[in-house]
Each structure stands twice: as C-alpha cells, then as structure tokens.
Ligand binder design. Structure first.
Ligand SMILES: [Zn+2]
Length: 255
C-alpha cells in the first residue's frame, strides 16, 4: 500500500472517530427497514462503519432545494452499503456523488442510435445511475421503502453501478474467480424467459416486471428482491438466488 493511500486512510480513521453517531441514531435511521432488522448486531456494526466511510468519501447532495437531515443521510448511506458489505467500498470507486431529489424527477436523455440519429427523451424516473456520473435517487422512494414491496431504489441504482464495472450496463457485473459466467448467463436468461411467460399469462411474478426492460434492469430488480424478499427469489429461481449469493457473498435467507 502506498504512502498516499495510507495517509488517506489515517485521515479517514481520524474523521471517523470524530463523528458522534449513536446506536439510537442508527435505529432512528434504519430500524424500520426489514433488511437491517435481519442483520446480526456484529453485522450491523460493520454496516454502520462502512456507511460512515461512504459518507466521508462521497458527496451526498439534495437537489432542487432539498435539505437532507442527518437521519436521512444515515438511512441512504446505510442502505447503499448493503450490496458491498462483503465486497468492500472500493466497488463504488466508479462514482463520487449521490444526488437526492425530493420527488420522482425528470431525466433528460440524449443518445445517438445505430444510424447516427440523435434522440432526446424525458421520462419520470425514481432513480438513475450513469457510467461514472452521479447516482440519482428520489427521496420519496427512499422513505417508502418499508418492506411492503420488494422495491428499493437505493439497492436498484447501486446494483447498476456494480453492473457498469464490467462491459457497461448489461446485467453482468464482474464475477469473482470461481464463478462461471456461462452458468450465470444461462440461469438468468432462463429466469428472464420464465418472467416473460408469467407476465404474458397474467400469472404472479416473483419480481417486478419492469425487470424485462433490459438485462441491466433485470439485474437491478433481482438485486432489490434478493435483499428485500430473498425467500421469494429462492423459491422461484433457486439457481439465480445462488448466483447472487456468490456474487454479493451474502445469503440473506441465512442472515
Ligand atoms: Zn434501473
């Protein structure tokens, strides 16, 4: 480890010990979140430290005049570190800023299609992650994360940032040594086809059908369900569940 890295870590440790965040503060911020409730006390302690390091390393800003309370900052950071709890914060090195809007926001997209024609599109979204750009979230969706549904915009957008670490947003994050990319692809594709059949037949789906928008959305929605409703995912698509356990190095059904 280089001197600069060691110095930066020493500074961060100093700043970390200056932060006065109590157990009560954490409980106020995350106590109502079923995913947090499932973690053991030692795991929660690791989550707290990682969330504070995230707050020290990244910029979290409210947009459109939104003032973020300390409680809300802790809540967002606490949710944000769950996917990387066993991977390490360096998996978030690709982005620096979390922008929080008060409400669903309008994203302006411009892109050039395969024929070289430029398009512009605006659509109401509750979250957005762009390669190396800021991660954008809606506060409304963060507050609403109450376990009533598997929807969690923080987990969703941060899953996109992990996906983008490998060949862009294609539904495949960089897999660890020993994981089989072909099996990952095949099992996720089988689940995708199963979801298509269920939606077409009007049968209940284990995940939000928004997942079928694109492979990247499929991975992000799977991630939300993996953490928020792990037993549903395990029951519906056990092979996919196992791949996500291997990737996130967590088994939410045994937390
Ligand atoms: Zn998405």
């Amino acid at each position: 480890m280089g001197l600069i890295t060691r110095l930066a870590e020493w500074r961060e440790d100093r700043r970390l010990s200056d932060l006065q965040v109590t157990e009560e503060d954490w409980y106020q911020a995350l106590g109502d979140w079923p995913v947090y409730q499932r973690f053991s006390l030692p795991t929660r302690a690791r989550l707290h430290e990682m969330a504070l390091r995230l707050l020290l390393r990244k910029v979290m800003v409210g947009a459109g005049g939104l003032e973020l309370s300390d409680q809300m900052r802790l809540r967002i950071a606490g949710m944000a570190v769950v996917p990387v709890l066993e991977l390490g914060l360096e998996w978030y090195d690709g982005w620096q800023t979390l922008v929080i809007y008060a409400d669903a926001f309008v994203a302006e997209h411009e892109w050039v299609d395969e024929y070289g024609v430029a398009h512009a599109e605006s659509s109401a979204l509750c979250g957005e992650a762009a390669s190396r750009g800021p991660v954008v979230l809606s506060l409304e969706d963060i507050v609403r994360t109450d376990g009533a549904t598997a929807h969690n915009v923080v987990l969703h957008e941060l899953a996109h940032t992990l996906d983008m670490r490998h060949e862009g947003a294609n539904g495949a994050p960089p897999l660890h040594p020993g994981m089989d990319p072909a099996a990952w692809k095949q099992d996720l594709f089988s689940a995708w086809e199963d979801l298509e059949r269920r939606v077409a037949a009007g049968r209940p789906s284990p995940v939000d059908e928004y997942a079928l928008e694109a492979p990247a959305e499929f991975f992000a929605v799977l991630t939300e369900t993996f953490f928020e409703r792990p037993e549903v995912l395990l029951e519906a698509w056990p092979a996919v569940f196992r791949h996500l356990c291997d990737f996130y190095r967590q088994d939410p059904c045994r937390a």
